[in-house]
Write a protein that binds this ligand. Sequence first.
Ligand SMILES: Nc1ncnc2c1ncn2[C@@H]1O[C@H](COP(=O)(O)OP(=O)(O)OP(=O)(O)O)[C@@H](O)[C@H]1O
Length: 252
Amino acid sequence: MVLYGIVVPLPKPSFTRSEQTIISFDPSTNRMSDAASRRRRGDYVFVVNPKGANGRTGKEWKKLLPYLRSRVGGDCNICESITSGPSHAIDITREAIREGVDAVIAVGGDGTLHEVVNGFFWEGKPVLAHDQGAKRSTALGIIPLGTGSDFARTFCWSAMAGYYAGRYKRFGNLCYVFGALRAFMGHRNQDLKIKVDGGEWEVYSDVTALCIGNAKYFGGGMKITPTADPCSRNLEVVILQNFKWLCSESNE
Ligand SMILES: Nc1ncnc2c1ncn2[C@@H]1O[C@H](COP(=O)(O)OP(=O)(O)OP(=O)(O)O)[C@@H](O)[C@H]1O
């Protein structure tokens, strides 16, 4: 197992790989191949944000790790990589891909996933493995254990988070609700000129929020762009207008 604990410079990862012998069937001879072929065990790097969901990601991960080892540890090398701060997940991911690992799995919320996805690219181009280049591809995985984990929710992948993190997820969602309410307390609606897709400029009065999304959820499960589809290559634009506190209405 590899454990990173330093931000910069990153220690060069030394992913341990173990070889496993498999016996192959040769259809031309209808015999089991005498020469046993060698199959490399996959290297899966789990990039864990211990501070996600107010520290609960780290705690849940500690419980999940033995389970993962027991379920898939025989088939792959499970490498745990703990992030030490913002952007560290990007560096870990890039380094892991360059080392030729088979999968990088983001363990945390949307922020961690965002960093891991960015780690797949460097200067606008995909990061490649040092030795095998484009021949080798690295899969991206996610274990949604963040406060909102809205990306996973969009694909209905939050069941696992719901199972492991069900106790605190509702608090996470409430955090977003409280945050939104607090933000709205000092909020003033604005008139906005908006132009979409090269169309005409249009004036929208009393705009409360302009939401642009390629996925349905935001802020821990708020369906803010309800028909957005991440596979459509389109962004959905939702304009919320004329938000008022009931009490302020009665004062007018
Ligand atoms: N060790 C760390 N200490 C402090 N912050 C960290 C650390 N590792 C990563 N981070 C930062 O924490 C941010 C938020 O983490 P993450 O998205 O995993 O959790 P969350 O905010 O609870 O979930 P969500 O974004 O789904 O609501 C990340 O964008 C990352 O920059």
